[in-house]
Design a protein around this ligand. Structure first.
Ligand code: BYC
Length: 317
């Protein structure tokens, strides 16, 4: 087959909504885009464990502690499914880790903000995981098979994460005055960064148009952001919390909430590495990697021993 007919076959799979699988021919840029998006997503899951890890030892009860631990472990799992999905595209996990540890790779801007109070655990679950679900449910139908299948399981777990966050917020919001204030304060701090998670406005997003054409992205950044706002504003009413946006207003004609301007300078500043916790996050991650060297060495030594034992047994037989 000529490159042209490979391309035609690829285009027809995309048009017919048949997933592209690792051994299928695919345009080089499609492969590159997937490696970029899936690896950034994997890094986000791994770095995303750190802001919450800060609260494991200080969770207010045994129940809260075990739920938080389970959630953070899920995030490690999500990172692993995603790194595995990226590997099917021909990139090694070591090279992806190198990109993260050297500061070359991006990960979600949201994880560069500090977690100051226990209510931040509620706000992260409710808003950050809520935004993640909004973004990831359409990705269950993304055109690359291994990514789509990973997303199905990730989304099931994210929905438990979102509920645990909402429940923390509900408990605090309906609790004492101090607890209510704590919940509102966390909401105030996490609302705008959560809206930034969906990425720059469509008009300034260099990748959206092509990714939508390839059906990697099924919805645009602005579409998902609007959907998230419409759903979350109603949830805030149930919580009895005030959305920190004085311009927020239901627009009857559009059938959506209008909202105030997002501070895109802040977003790009965080993405470029200058957010409140970028340096700390990367340092912690690198330290964890270095401290885990003995585990990787022991696993390799054990594998070598087993191989040698097997070879000896085969010789003796
Ligand atoms: N932060 O053309 P665009 C989680 C970058 S983990 C940083 O719109 P694209 C969780 C973008 O990479 C949630 N960078 O790009 C875990 C691009 O840069 P490059 C993570 C961002 O890819 C633990 C440039 O800006 N979710 O939920 O078409 C605990 C231009 O953007 C961000 C995913 O990763 C950002 N927010 O669209 C709790 C979902 N936004 O590569 C929760 C999968 C944009 O050209 N990813 N950039 O240097 C996606 O859906 C898409 O990649 C995005 C961006 C919507 C994020």
């Amino acid at each position: 087959m000529s490159v042209q007919s490979f391309q035609e076959h690829f285009d027809s799979l995309i048009d017919r909504e048949v997933t592209i699988e690792p051994k299928d021919w695919m345009p080089n840029d499609y492969r590159k885009t997937l490696i970029r998006q899936i690896s950034q997503h994997a890094h986000s899951e791994i770095i995303g464990m750190l802001p919450e890890g800060n609260w494991i030892t200080r969770a207010p009860s045994l129940r809260r502690k075990s739920v938080l631990l389970a959630k953070i472990q899920d995030e490690a799992g999500h990172g692993l499914y995603l790194y595995s999905a990226a590997e099917t595209l021909g990139v090694t996990r070591d090279s992806l880790y190198d990109q993260l540890h050297s500061g070359k790779a991006k990960y979600s801007s949201i994880f560069n903000y500090p977690t100051i109070t226990w209510a931040d655990m509620g706000a992260i679950g409710w808003l950050v995981d809520g935004a993640a679900i909004m973004n990831q449910v359409p990705l269950c139908r993304t055109s690359y098979g291994p990514y789509a299948r990973a997303m199905v399981r990730v989304c099931k777990e994210e929905s438990f994460h979102q509920r645990q966050g909402f429940e923390i917020m509900l408990t605090l919001s309906k609790g004492t005055d101090v607890q209510h204030k704590m919940a509102q304060d966390a909401f105030n701090r996490w609302w705008w960064p959560s809206l930034m998670m969906f990425g720059p406005p469509d008009a300034e997003s260099p990748h959206t148009e092509q990714s939508v054409r390839w059906r990697i992205k099924r919805m645009t950044n602005d579409e998902l952001r609007q959907k998230f706002i419409d759903v979350t504003v109603e949830q805030a009413k149930v919580l009895g919390l005030e959305v920190p946006d004085k311009d927020l207003k239901w627009n009857e004609e559009r059938g959506h909430y209008d909202f105030g301007p997002i501070n895109w300078d802040e977003f790009w500043n965080v993405v470029k590495g200058n957010g409140p916790c970028n340096k700390q996050r990367l340092e912690t991650r690198k330290k964890a990697w270095e401290n885990g060297q003995w585990v990787r060495d022991a696993a390799m030594a054990h594998a070598e021993k087993r191989k040698a034992r097997k070879a000896e047994a085969a010789k003796a037989a």
